[in-house]
Design a protein around this ligand. Structure first.
Ligand code: C2E
Ligand code: CA
Ligand code: CA
Ligand code: CA
Length: 279
């Protein structure tokens, strides 16, 4: 028993060591990737159910790694947040997204807005709003064409400072959206204090409507509450016509998901926008 105990322990540390090595490797590769700008942006349309038009595009980053292939943000955003690399990466994403929007704008095919995910660490960094102002000026991006997606968990930390930044962004004309709504912090009181314009219903709730009674209750409650608070509501992860019909019936105006389009690279997205305008 003593022996097997020790073996388990040794096995466990070997595994932990392997994980630590993998993490270090990822961290090093990510640092080079940021220096060499090995990232690309994908864009996923947000559709109006009333007009069937593209109203906005969510910007989703991907890492085009020479050795690892196309890496999903799920695999590196968490680490980049922990070690601070998200600051350089997030800056690049914002600037590149604005450049692309302005390009489409000049071609006459830009939708109303692009929605960019901003992580807590990036949002809280002292330079965030001044840097954003710089990016808007440099790229000639109209502030009203920029929406920022924030998750609710970090909105709750240091609320005074968060509120100041939110108000500053709002004064600049940028709109604010709460991502993954309902999955984070449980208090709703911030909704009436923060200058937010949109709630995004998380795909984990959308996935099982209309079959699952609990998710039906949650999704319809979020939609009704958003409307009562005069907020827009976007449902993400819409994959089936049944989900779309349900959301439409509940009064959700904006939808996003594989049913309408996967996230597209800039070329594909330009084509998609042009085609929708011709229809
Ligand atoms: P998110 O903000 O919740 O983004 C939605 C995710 O759902 C995206 O995954 C998107 O590709 C995926 N998705 C879209 N439609 C469907 C659908 O119909 N069904 C299903 N099952 N999934 C769908 P992705 O691109 O892998 O991004 C994962 C997460 O990484 C994002 O979740 C976001 O939290 C984060 N992320 C992505 N880009 C950035 C970025 O530039 N900055 C930061 N801070 N985070 C980012
Ligand atoms: Ca998002
Ligand atoms: Ca989400
Ligand atoms: Ca998210």
């Amino acid at each position: 028993a003593k022996d097997s105990g020790r073996n388990t322990y040794e096995f466990f540390t070997a595994e932990m060591q392997q994980m630590a090595m993998a993490r270090l490797g990822l961290e090093r590769d990510l640092r080079f990737a940021i220096e060499r700008q090995e990232f690309i942006l994908h864009f996923q349309p947000q559709m109006s159910l009333a007009t069937n038009q593209v109203v906005g595009l969510e910007v989703l980053v991907r890492w085009e790694s020479g050795t690892r292939g196309l890496v999903s943000p799920a695999e590196f955003i968490g680490l980049a947040e922990e070690n601070g690399q998200i600051l350089a990466l997030g800056d690049w994403v914002l600037k590149r997204a604005c450049q692309q929007y302005v390009e489409w704008f000049n071609e006459g095919i830009a939708p109303g807005y692009i929605a960019v995910n901003v992580s807590g660490r990036q949002f809280r960094s002292a330079k965030f709003t001044s840097r954003l102002r710089e990016i808007l000026t440099e790229t000639k991006m109209p502030a009203r064409g920029l929406e920022i997606e924030l998750t609710e968990s970090f909105l709750m930390e240091d609320q005074e400072a968060v509120m100041r930044t939110l108000n500053e962004l709002r004064e600049m004309g940028v709109t604010l959206s709460v991502d993954d709504f309902g999955t984070g912090y449980s208090s709703l009181s911030y909704l009436k204090r923060f200058p937010i314009s949109t709630l995004k219903i998380d795909k984990s709730f959308v996935q099982d409507v209309p079959g699952d009674d609990e998710d039906v209750a949650i999704v319809s409650a979020i939609i009704r509450m958003a409307h009562a608070l005069k907020l827009d509501v976007v449902a993400e992860g819409v994959e089936t016509a049944e989900q779309q019909q349900f959301l439409h019936k509940q009064g959700c105006q904006i939808v996003q998901g594989f049913l309408f389009s996967r996230p597209l690279n800039a070329d594909e997205c330009g084509k998609f926008l042009r085609k929708r305008l011709e229809e």
